[in-house]
Design a protein around this ligand. Structure first.
Ligand SMILES: NC(=O)c1ccc[n+]([C@@H]2O[C@H](COP(=O)([O-])OP(=O)(O)OC[C@H]3O[C@@H](n4cnc5c(N)ncnc54)[C@H](O)[C@@H]3O)[C@@H](O)[C@H]2O)c1
Length: 308
């Protein structure tokens, strides 16, 4: 799967990750920076927006505080983790990082232009990773001259709590870089799995058709909202039912990912059902918009919506 095309000058020099850079301090970037800091890595965390950077850092403070409350982290560990994070508004702060993880908005052109700039700014032996959920890692490689040192590192939300990271090499990634990425994932106390660069990688490729099928079951009247969710919680021991999960992820987000999967595979199971499309058009995006399959007027006690 991976090739060995590193130049003699760079080969063997990216064996150890000492310092990390995280580009984008939103939901995912702040979580990734937090776990890097907690795992002992001096980490530069960058955002184009000062406001987003401050919001992300406040989120990290809150999340670390919760871990202390739960007894999972001591006050000293929290202070040490925070002291390892260096907020930045200039890309030049990444110059000496061994690994830069990109977690900016899911937009191909913006990601490509960021990577092109990083390629010019960051030392040539550094590894670049993208946290994209739905874009092709291979398409992003075109923006840099260090294809052997480029791969996907796909974390899950919320990053400090979710154990998984998908490691996604392209056909151009050096196999030694893949090993470095797997070892890095383990140093973050995550469980890394290897996935090919195909839309959805492993998790979304399996999860999305299941979620879409739950919407189809609802549309076809197989069961009502609560019974479909209850069925999968109690029948399969899932922590939440598929319609609750759709509301949690955001129906717009799942719709967008389903379109990408369908475009790649052209298989019916990935096609978003009409009801999901109508819900997105109507602004029923789920928890974040207050309404989806459930109504969250009382967030502690969501009530099923009448949709079909
Ligand atoms: N949200 C999820 O559940 C999830 C899960 C896995 C992966 N992802 C992926 O992670 C990435 C980030 O998603 P998110 O949910 O954290 O988004 P978000 O909107 O919360 O954060 C994106 C951040 O990137 C910043 N940004 C935009 N352009 C930038 C640039 N050129 N340079 C630096 N910063 C820039 C924004 O200011 C914002 O703070 C996306 O690629 C997404 O597909 C998201």
């Amino acid at each position: 799967m991976a090739s060995e095309t590193a130049t003699p000058e760079t080969a063997g020099r990216w064996m150890e990750i000492r310092t990390v850079g995280v580009a984008g301090c939103g939901l995912m970037g702040s979580g990734i920076a937090q776990v890097c800091g907690m795992s002992g890595f001096p980490t530069v965390v960058f955002d184009v927006s000062r406001e987003a950077l401050e919001k992300g850092l406040a989120g990290i403070e809150k999340s670390l505080g919760k871990l202390v409350e739960k007894g999972k982290l001591s006050e000293e560990e929290k202070a040490r983790a925070k002291s390892r994070l260096r907020p930045a508004l200039e890309l030049t702060e990444f110059t000496d990082c061994d690994l830069v993880i990109e977690a900016i908005v899911e937009n191909l052109e913006r990601k490509k232009s960021l990577f092109a700039e990083l390629d010019r700014t960051v030392k040539s032996e550094a590894i670049f990773a993208t946290n994209t959920s739905s874009l092709s890692v291979t398409e992003l490689v075109a923006a840099v001259r260090r294809a052997p040192q480029f791969l996907g590192l796909h974390f899950f939300n919320p990053v400090p709590l979710m154990k998984l990271v998908e490691v996604v090499p392209t056909v151009l990634t050096d196999s030694r870089v893949v090993q470095v990425a797997l070892a890095f994932g383990r140093r973050l106390r995550k469980v890394p799995i290897l996935a090919r660069d195909r839309a959805g990688f492993i998790v979304n490729r399996l999860l999305v058709p299941y979620l879409l099928d739950a919407v189809r079951a609802l549309e076809e009247g197989v069961g009502n909202i609560e019974d479909i969710d209850q069925g999968m919680r109690l029948g399969c021991n899932h922590p939440m039912g598929p319609l609750t999960l759709l509301d949690f992820v955001g129906n717009d987000t799942t719709y967008y990912i389903a379109e990408i999967l369908f475009n790649e595979y052209r298989e019916k199971r990935f096609a978003p059902p009409p009801l999901l499309k109508r819900m997105v058009l109507a602004g029923l995006h789920g928890r974040k918009s207050g309404k989806g399959f459930y109504d969250y007027a009382d967030p502690q006690n969501p009530k099923p919506n009448s949709l079909v």
